[in-house]
Ligand binder design. Structure first.
Ligand code: RFL
Ligand code: PHB
Length: 389
């Protein structure tokens, strides 16, 4: 087989890139290790920046998101018994949209199917060859048969555990990492959200987040130990722990119900450099990970897609390689700012095992500064709604 862009990974990065390219008549094939059902069963992001929304519009897949997504003009920050509103509209001209990654991915799969886009599911043994030459190709197997795709470029959109990043030789690749000493236990339940906005809560018992997907679907998280397993947490224990970590008036309003999904995510900051090697371009979680505090993962994947899509367009439409040549530099400049914000917000909101009394006082002082200082709020709001591409 031959295509212009071979895309490894059928998560949001790979699908969005494929859909955008097809709108410009640029051909791609997506290789996905799992089934569509499996990918759509992973509960992940819920907060979309305007930049991602704009890309969905450009890709022609924004109708349902614009109908069903919730516009949020601010968020709630709680600590102890206090809670304050961080107003995005006061400091920026952008809201965020609440729309699940699962729904966004479903819309992209539907659009690729309607357009007759080629997606191979259940692929095994994907390998990228001659990426640093003029003639790269990808080999894989599906249903026991070996296949080969010759292509102009390879987009490595295969997430943190994929093969693309490791294709870049150790002598070229540099990795930067911080692993956090706790995880997030997440629960999805068919209950109305406790508040109209998200609540990020710093409590003595650890961090909690009240989020949502729609009027009758809530997503809650609590900071947990890395040695915990979801089975250690009964629904009842989860709800009572969550109630103790949010302000009492919110806890009193919390509607509880059976969990329909429960999982634990470790927290990690990670960046690989460069994001390009020859004709291989890394995109999204394949190149970088942020802790979920601040909701930057999917949104940073989207800004990579933006730079790569525009670089590829420039290459095919204008025979100009500048966008592709600058891809790594442009993408990384924005990635590091999202890394900084996610690290800062995580540090502000969690309990760390080695935190001293002094550290706790500093954390409290920073929260009070944020509550009372408009410039601090502006800096946070600008980062939360998303820095420009
Ligand atoms: P994905 O979604 O991991 O997709 C990669 C795809 O590649 C496939 N794959 C392979 N396919 C072929 N061959 C191989 N060898 C392959 N290896 C892997 C995988 O099966 C998969 O389908 O990466 P992508 O597309 O870059 O998207 C990134 C986002 O999924 C991720 O950044 C976000 O989910 C992070 N995240 C959040 N981001 C936000 O912007 N806002 C949020 O509110 C938010 N909340 C979250 C999150 C992530 C979380 N977890 C579980 C890590 C909340 C949580 C709890
Ligand atoms: C979510 O709804 O899953 C979510 C929202 C905000 C975050 C992280 C996750 O910062």
């Amino acid at each position: 087989m031959r295509t212009q862009v071979a895309i490894i990974g059928g998560g949001p990065s790979g699908l969005l890139l494929s859909q955008l390219l097809s709108k410009r008549g640029i051909d791609s094939i997506v290789l996905e290790r799992k089934t569509r059902k499996y990918v759509l069963g992973r509960i992940r992001a819920g907060v979309l920046e305007q930049g991602l929304v704009n890309l969905m519009v450009e890709a022609g897949v924004a109708d349902r998101m614009q109908k069903e997504g919730f516009v949020h003009n601010g968020t709630q920050i709680a600590y102890g018994d206090q809670m304050f509103h961080l107003d995005f509209t006061e400091h920026t001209d952008k809201p965020v949209i609440i729309y699940g990654q699962t729904e966004l991915t479903r819309d992209l799969y539907d659009a690729r199917e309607t357009a007759g886009g080629k997606i191979e599911f259940n692929t095994d043994h994907v390998a990228i060859h001659d990426a640093n030459s003029e003639k790269p190709y990808v080999t894989y197997s599906v249903a026991g048969k070996n296949r080969r795709i010759d292509c102009d470029f390879v987009a490595g959109c295969d997430g943190f555990h994929g093969v693309s990043r490791k294709t870049i030789p150790d002598t070229v690749r540099r990795e930067y990492e911080k692993v956090y000493p706790f995880g997030w236990l997440g629960v999805l339940s068919e209950t109305p959200p406790v508040n109209d906005e998200l609540i990020y809560s710093n409590s003595d018992r650890g961090f909690a987040l009240c989020s949502m997907r729609n009027a009758n679907l809530s997503r809650y998280y609590i900071q947990c130990s890395l040695s915990d397993s979801p089975d250690d947490w009964t629904d009842q224990n989860f709800w009572s722990e969550l109630k103790r970590r949010i302000p009492p008036d919110q806890a009193a309003n919390l509607v509880t119900g059976p969990s329909i999904e429960k999982s634990i995510a470790p927290l990690r900051s990670f960046v690989t450099e460069p994001m390009r090697w020859g004709r291989l371009f890394l995109c999204g979680d394949a190149a970088h990970i942020v802790p979920p505090t601040g909701a930057k993962g999917l949104n940073t994947a989207a800004s990579d897609v933006h730079y790569l899509y525009n670089g590829l367009r420039q290459h095919y439409e204008q025979k100009d390689s500048e966008g592709l040549d600058r891809y790594s530099e442009l993408a990384l400049a924005r990635v590091w700012k999202a890394e900084r914000f996610s690290w800062w917000f995580s540090s502000l909101m969690h309990r760390y095992p080695d935190q001293s009394e002094f550290d706790l006082k500093i954390q409290r002082a920073e929260l009070e500064f944020l509550r009372s200082n408009k410039s601090a709020q502006a800096a946070m709001a600008i980062n939360y709604v998303g820095l420009p591409y």
